[in-house]
Write a protein that binds this ligand. Structure first.
Ligand SMILES: C[S@@+](CC[C@H](N)C(=O)[O-])C[C@H]1O[C@@H](n2cnc3c(N)ncnc32)[C@H](O)[C@@H]1O
Ligand code: SF4
Ligand code: SF4
Length: 363
């Protein structure tokens, strides 16, 4: 590689593939618990991973528990405590479906940032239908509001954030969600472009996919085209709201890139080379390490030190593959932020006229 390889910056522990929801956007829930529990890394094995990462990366780095639903693991608090004792910062994602009995524990734990997934605010049915289980909206709202109240009462500094996927049915919920965040003094919100649900697979039944030969499914193309015009307007509004001080975590560049994407998704493939190979380090429930979450593992943490995996032959091959990848998940939050260097200003100028055409119906 021409550029000097730095250490990874986006570290994820996918501690389980198991999940109690049935999201229409994700297929991780197809994992059968009895097939995987005995294969998942044990508490002691995750602690060893933390020791090894601490030796390699030093103090002060962040990692995020994700999955599957991370709070289905009973040892999540023990692992968070252990990470904290090593000077490592802990964040977590959650669908908030089964954490009601854990609120106090979460507040008293060293978890510093909790991202709760919420796909609607005005219309609970949109959220519940996207999550595949009735009552998930009510539980997500309860978690956000109660955790916030407890945090404030106990003067703790847990960051409580909302993570929202944007899809055709919830485009009109985007701006009200930002207003909800501001009105209720939630720390912030991040919007995630809907990606192919095949990208969100359980690692026990799918180790990787054919990224170079990827073709966007027709059904997904139709979804994008149905929401394109409105999403370009909404992205513009988000940019204005962010400038006005609303706590929207997506960068201005990512919001601009969303407009380009909705104008023509293929422009993104031409203009942004995915950079996950030099930034991301995701460890799956079985110890397999991936730089790109859609490609085969580059090593296993039980067999090699994390720093050896980072520079091994598989990782080098993976980095080369990312350069010709035909998938759109470079737009996702965990993949996008390091990309903007590749997203040049002349391109922005070039696409501006196209975006105007689509808005005026002359595309
Ligand atoms: C895979 S989940 C794991 C954590 C947890 N189970 C949850 O839902 O918050 C991580 C994030 O991916 C989002 N997600 C799921 N399917 C997606 C898709 N097809 N495109 C984009 N984001 C998706 C979820 O809404 C969630 O915010
Ligand atoms: S997005 Fe999260 S909550 Fe939904 S099925 Fe996937 S892992 Fe479960
Ligand atoms: S766009 Fe990036 S993250 Fe997505 S499959 Fe390709 S290389 Fe992997």
């Amino acid at each position: 590689m021409a550029d000097k390889l730095e250490k990874p910056q986006q570290i994820t522990f996918d501690v389980t593939d198991r999940c109690q929801l049935r999201c229409v956007t994700c297929s991780k829930w197809k994992t059968v618990a009895s097939d995987v529990i005995s294969k998942e890394l044990t508490t002691e094995e995750w602690k060893k991973v933390l020791d090894d990462l601490r030796n390699w990366l030093g103090e002060g780095f962040w990692f995020c528990f994700s999955g599957g639903e991370p709070f289905l693991r009973q040892d999540i608090f023990e692992l968070a405590e252990y990470a904290n004792s090593l000077g490592i910062n802990v964040a977590s994602m959650s669908n908030a479906f089964s954490i009601q009995h854990l609120y106090e524990k979460i507040i008293d734990s060293p978890i510093k940032s909790l991202n709760i997934s919420l796909n609607a605010i005005n219309n609970p049915i949109i959220h519940d239908e996207s999550r595949g289980r009735q009552g998930s909206y009510e539980k997500a709202i309860d978690a956000i509001m109660t955790l916030k109240k407890l945090r404030d009462e106990k003067h703790k500094d847990l960051g409580i954030n909302i993570a929202t996927i944007v899809f055709p049915e919830n485009v009109e919920e985007v701006i009200p969600l930002v207003e909800f965040v501001t009105k209720n003094k939630i720390n912030g919100i991040m919007f995630q472009l809907l990606d192919d649900k095949e990208s969100f697979h359980g690692y026990n039944y799918q180790r990787g996919c054919n990224t170079a030969g990827y073709k966007m499914p027709k059904e997904l193309k139709v979804k994008y085209s149905n929401m394109a015009k409105r999403m370009i307007e909404v992205a513009d509004r988000l940019i204005e709201m962010k400038k006005a001080g609303h706590s929207i975590y997506n960068s201005y560049e990512q919001l601009e890139a969303m407009k380009v994407f909705f104008n023509n998704p293929d422009d993104i493939l031409k203009e942004i080379i995915c950079d996950v190979g030099s930034t991301n380090y995701a460890i799956d429930p079985y110890g397999d390490v991936r730089l790109c979450f859609n490609m085969e593992p580059v090593g296993n943490i039980k067999e090699s030190k994390p720093e050896e995996i980072w520079v091994n032959e598989n990782s080098e091959k993976c980095r080369i593959r990312t350069k010709t990848c035909k998938m759109y998940c470079r737009m996702l939050n965990c993949n996008f932020k390091h990309n903007f260097a590749n997203f040049n200003k002349s391109f922005m100028h070039k696409v501006k006229n196209k975006i105007i055409k689509i808005l005026t119906g002359k595309a």
